[in-house]
Design a protein around this ligand. Structure first.
Ligand SMILES: Cc1cc2nc3c(=O)[nH]c(=O)nc-3n(C[C@H](O)[C@H](O)[C@H](O)COP(=O)(O)O)c2cc1C
Ligand code: SF4
Length: 430
């Protein structure tokens, strides 16, 4: 059965993906053309009907976010695209920018029209340097065709342009408020929320921050209607999702799947993962990047890849990363790498995250050596809980997600991490 594609429909079909004419020949700019003929309320209604959940990781409904900004007071509003793509195992935003940059630009231009915004920003990770050129070329072509700039499409007062800002490689700068600070030229550290960015955002003005994949869905929704989008997914989240398969599966890569696809199909069918690449059974999966949960493959047998379907199994879609590990991988070794990532990326603003992530790493390294002392498991549990509850931003709040869920997925690996000989020594000493 041919599967419906939204985001990858033009991939590989254009000689030059930055060329406007080629893009238009494949239905490009149909969404913007439809948007300028629609009542603005109707655009928001279509977005509500579509149930587009944010594709950056938090799955916040775009309809709600857009309506909040629409109702927010202010003459100046900003449109910001989060192209930081900092979650390890995630490589789908770069594919959109590389193979269909005008789809992103069109989505952001529809937002510019809806909110009467004059300036948009794409915050892109520094490592994607070659993609800056792709975007610049696409935007220059759009300017020449009067699809960016002043009086777009001849509509008086529709003035909107986009700038690119390059990140310097800090994971925390993908957090939306840290990202805005970074665009402003400040240190990329998260802000205290509330206020919501739709009220007080970039340069203290109401601001929309969405992920690349979220914007890239907008032209389709506006052109085809929210119901068509919803029909492709499930009632808790419409559309398709770009997934990034890596690790011990045969066919690693990026795929567009309809939400509601069985996870088993994603892992084992030849169309997607193709099963284990090593011949060994698959052991566990890490979903949505380092901040996402882990589950044992055997606990995911009838799992459906949709927002609610994943939630039923205590996992989440997050950014769309699916890192698959076979039975040769020790859970503790894996979690040491995750903990090292958070200890390295903590911005240091608040103590539970700055110090706690380091202590968690040290404790896991002790467990790795089977050198824990009595009481360490309880201390470890308390540390993880404190970091989750007391950290100021999503980085610290999610630093324990993989560790808690990883311990639950493979409890037997944590059974003998305490060196009981230590206890005897201690008793003698006391
Ligand atoms: C530490 C951290 C890193 C993040 N990195 C990214 C990122 O690289 N890309 C992204 O789109 N969202 C990232 N997010 C989520 C953003 O804060 C925000 O929720 C998202 O850009 C909103 O867009 P969406 O609603 O379209 O998903 C990150 C969040 C945190 C806490
Ligand atoms: S939780 Fe961590 S990353 Fe977030 S503000 Fe605090 S120290 Fe910085």
């Amino acid at each position: 059965m041919t599967k419906q594609k939204i985001l990858t429909q033009r991939f590989g079909r254009m000689h030059n993906p930055a060329d406007i004419q080629e893009y238009m020949n494949l239905a490009g700019y149909d969404g913007l053309r439809a948007a300028v003929r629609m009542d603005k309320e109707q655009i928001l209604d279509e977005l509500d009907t579509a149930v587009l959940r944010g594709r950056g990781g938090a799955a916040y409904p775009a309809g709600k976010k857009w309506r909040h900004l629409f109702e927010s007071r202010g003459d100046t509003k900003y449109i910001v695209c989060n192209a930081d793509e900092g979650e390890p195992g995630t490589f789908k935003d770069k594919a959109i920018i590389d193979f269909d940059p005008l789809n992103l630009i069109e989505g952001m231009t529809i937002a510019g029209y809806l909110f009467d915004a004059h300036q948009g920003y794409i915050y892109i990770r520094g490592e994607y340097r070659h993609l800056h050129q792709r975007l610049e070329e696409a935007m220059n072509n759009a300017r020449q065709m009067n699809l960016l700039g002043k009086n777009i499409m001849g509509i008086v007062g529709f003035n909107y342009d986009i700038r690119i800002v390059s990140g310097a490689g800090a994971y925390v700068c993908g957090e939306n408020s840290a990202l805005l600070n970074s665009i402003e030229g400040k240190t990329g550290r998260p802000r205290v929320k509330p206020p919501h960015l739709a009220d007080v955002g970039l340069y203290l003005k109401p601001t929309l921050v969405n992920n690349v994949e979220s914007y890239a869905n907008i032209p389709y929704i506006v052109k085809n209607g929210g119901q068509a989008f919803l029909d492709l997914g499930t009632k808790d989240g419409g559309g398709t999702k770009l997934i990034c398969l890596s690790g011990h599966v045969k066919n690693r890569g990026m795929y567009e799947v309809e939400l509601g696809t069985p996870l088993h199909e994603i892992l084992y069918s030849d169309e997607y993962g193709g099963g284990s690449s090593t011949g060994r059974p698959l052991k566990f999966i890490h979903f949505g990047g380092q901040s996402g949960p882990i589950a044992a493959v055997e606990d995911l047998k009838d799992c459906v890849y949709s927002y609610d379907g994943m939630w039923d199994k205590n996992v989440t879609i997050g950014s769309g990363a699916i890192v698959v590990m076979d039975e040769s991988v020790s859970m503790i070794d894996y979690l040491v790498e995750v903990a090292a990532f958070f200890a390295h990326e903590s911005c240091g603003k608040c103590t539970p995250c700055r110090i706690g992530t380091l202590r968690v790493l040290e404790m896991l390294q002790k467990f790795q050596q089977k050198a824990g002392i009595p009481g360490d498991k309880e201390r470890f549990d308390a540390m993880l809980t404190h970091i989750t509850q007391l950290s100021a931003c999503g980085l610290g709040q999610s630093a324990s997600v993989a560790i808690f869920s990883g311990m639950k997925a493979c409890p037997e690996e944590f059974e003998d991490v305490i060196d009981t000989r230590e206890k005897e020594v201690q008793e003698v000493m006391w």
